[in-house]
Write a protein that binds this ligand. Sequence first.
Ligand code: PMP
Ligand code: GLU
Length: 400
Amino acid sequence: MSKGALSRRARKIKPSPTLSIDAKAKAMKSAGVDIINFGVGEPDFDTPGYIKKAAVKAIQDGFTKYTPVGGIVELKDAVIKRLKDDHGLSYSRQEIVISCGGKHALYNLAQALFDKGDEVIIPAPYWVSYPPIVELAGAKPVIIETREEDGFDLDVSALEKMITPRTKAIILNSPSNPTGSVFSAKTLRQMGNLVQNHNCYVISDDIYEKIRFDGKKPVNLLSLNPKLKEKVFILNGVSKTYAMTGWRIGYLAGPADIISALTNIQSQSTSNPTSIAQKAAVAALNGPDSFITKMVSVFKERRDYIVKRLKAIPDVTCVKPQGAFYAFPNVSAYYFRGYKGRKITNSIALCDYLLEEARLAVVPGVAFGDDRHIRFSFATSMENIAKGMDRFKEALKKLS
Ligand code: PMP
Ligand code: GLU
């Protein structure tokens, strides 16, 4: 195939680095390499039995046909109930769409909302897929850095200075992938005031909202400023909360006219999300929170352990994650050191070195917009974390 055969869009797009590293680690593992995979962010828990049962029942009942494009009423109602119970927010079915994962919901939203010339403000470090999704819609990601010294909280007045007449949206993610940081209530209130005074939307990516280590209830921009409902989209899904990454169910709540346009885009691309997975998601959202509580307490133990181990390594700093299941240490003190003639110049070189020399799969920070860091997903067993930290420490020690 000649290079010219590809669209400009396809020529530019690169695979998701988190998914690529996971694929590489899994391939090495199946080839017999003793690799420890800190790469991908997906809970290492099994999907709870009552959720699986609902899917099996859906198959047995013959619930295996097309459904309404934007999701079954039962699932929309379960989402509406969650938004009410968790955030005190009221939504109608026209303001909800169910997609094939949170990533798909965000992709479709970008297609529905952004045009060439639009700007979308994204705080860094950011989830790897935000900039490509914005670019695939023809818009321009505008990155605002947050600082390790501030616990990666947002400087709202600095963000306000970046708003232009072309700013169409701001993406907020709390708890954050990759830092695990949670925006303070003060930041969310300030963001609320800012949005009130500007003609732009906020996309609140709440996918990790239930994975918090401070025992606090989920909170977002809208739960603190409900009058901003016409300007805020809430993105969520069942992947992380219920260990359902493979089921591919995500959802979005927002203004009805845009949700309707988004649903049209969905109707011309994927049609409905899988019927069986939708029934499973109903069981998940309407079910008890006991599974989440258990999973979060296990993540918390691992968080405490991995942060302690990382901080004990000379010249490594790490902000303590308040949620999600990632640690994002600053390892830049090890750049421009080397081992056996190999120079470590950046986060990619360090992660390559860790993969080859220490058999550790870790994601380079540059993929999240901060080259000084690397990301460890601690959604893996304590045993793996302990062994992985031993290897990490030894590998860094060899660099001189
Ligand atoms: N947002 C963030 C910040 C994520 O880390 C993920 C995980 N891939 C998603 C959205 C989307 O997840 P999914 O498509 O599995 O719902
Ligand atoms: N969000 C997860 C991660 O960051 C899953 C992979 C992806 O979709 O990027 O690892």
